[in-house]
Design a protein around this ligand. Structure first.
Ligand code: NAD
Length: 299
């Protein structure tokens, strides 16, 4: 028993999260399926293993950080899934932002095998991951969450326990629907001010202090040179891609449909981000939506 952490999916988020664990003295074995990502992970000093057996043998915790529900499903579940190979005493922490149904299925299948599993998607983005300041939105039993806490404390700043397993992804989906809408709201109001030929720096300062403020306006400002350290200052390099936002808005719309919830702004936000992605900006940071909204007035 090596008692190591098996970290699966070391892309934009997983790499810096695993790195924080290593820096805190944890033994981490990393695994990914993308040769390009594996190369970067090795260059950044992670111990990348090439087989699932090597990854899981003696692991005490499995953390996964994968793009979508279909990836989580194919990794863990079904005939070729790894769930059957995971040691019983292991804790599974799935940090991916995925649909509630897949997360619950993974939780139930794990439970049948006597393995504890929690869902713990994050907010804070790549910047938060790099400095160990993520927020974990967690669903699972008190006992399992307590087991994960020392690792969350290394990778994050807040542990927000939403309720039973599945609640973490539930709250994440609701949060990101609100975020997608607020990013569009911030972009529309700043671009309107630009077209009105107002002093954009003053407008930004005033809205931040007034009732139209939101998180995107203050912390992830979609127009350049208003806030330090945000993707709009760096040609909208992600960050959090527009395609990830589209995925999360789709998750929100599917969830809304499943319970007959009214979400007209969520629906509009999905249409706007889909258009942006379809026009070739899938890999642009989601705050780049301001360019599409601003059109020729953006510059
Ligand atoms: P990413 O695409 O950069 O990384 C995901 C990695 O998973 C990739 O390297 C991919 O090769 C790997 N992968 C896929 N299937 C695999 C499998 N079966 N086995 C091993 N590896 C596999 O994505 P990301 O930006 O790191 O995002 C990961 C998750 O975190 C997503 O659900 C996203 O919505 C969420 N998230 C991202 C951000 C952000 O700012 N990027 C912020 C919050 C939440």
């Amino acid at each position: 028993m090596t008692n190591h952490i098996a970290f699966i999916g070391v892309g934009n988020m997983g790499n810096p999260m695993a790195d924080q664990l290593v820096k805190a003295g944890k033994e981490v074995k990393a695994f990914d399926v993308s040769p390009e990502v594996i190369k970067i992970a090795k260059e950044s000093g992670l111990n990348v293993v090439s087989t699932i057996d090597e990854l899981l043998d003696g692991a005490s915790t499995v953390i996964s950080m994968l793009p979508e529900g279909k990836h989580v499903r194919s990794l863990y579940l079904g005939d070729k899934g790894i769930l059957n190979k995971i040691p019983k005493e292991c804790l599974i922490i799935d940090c991916s932002t995925i649909d509630i149904e897949t997360s619950l299925e993974l939780g139930n299948e794990s439970k049948k095998l006597g393995i504890k599993m929690i869902d713990a998607p994050v907010t804070g983005g790549v910047m938060g991951a790099r400095i160990g300041k993520l927020n974990f939105l967690v669903g699972g039993s008190d006992e399992a969450v307590a087991l994960a806490k020392p690792l969350f404390d290394i990778m994050g700043q807040k542990i927000l326990h939403a309720g039973v397993q599945g609640s973490g992804v539930g709250v994440k989906i609701c949060n990101n629907m609100s975020l997608g809408i607020s990013m569009i709201a911030a972009s529309e109001s700043l671009m309107l001010a630009k077209r009105l030929k107002m002093d954009i720096k003053k407008v930004h300062e005033i809205i931040k202090a007034a009732s139209g403020n939101n998180w995107a306006m203050t912390n992830y400002t979609p127009l350049p040179n208003l806030t330090d350290g945000v993707p709009s200052n760096n040609k909208y390099r992600p960050g959090f891609t527009a395609s990830m936002m589209r995925k999360d808005l789709r998750l929100a719309m599917d969830a809304a449909q499943s319970v007959d919830a009214s979400t007209p702004l969520g629906k509009a936000a999905l249409e706007i981000f889909s258009k942006f992605c379809d026009e070739g900006d899938s890999d642009t940071d989601y705050s780049g939506i301001s360019k599409m909204i601003g059109g020729d007035a953006w510059n």
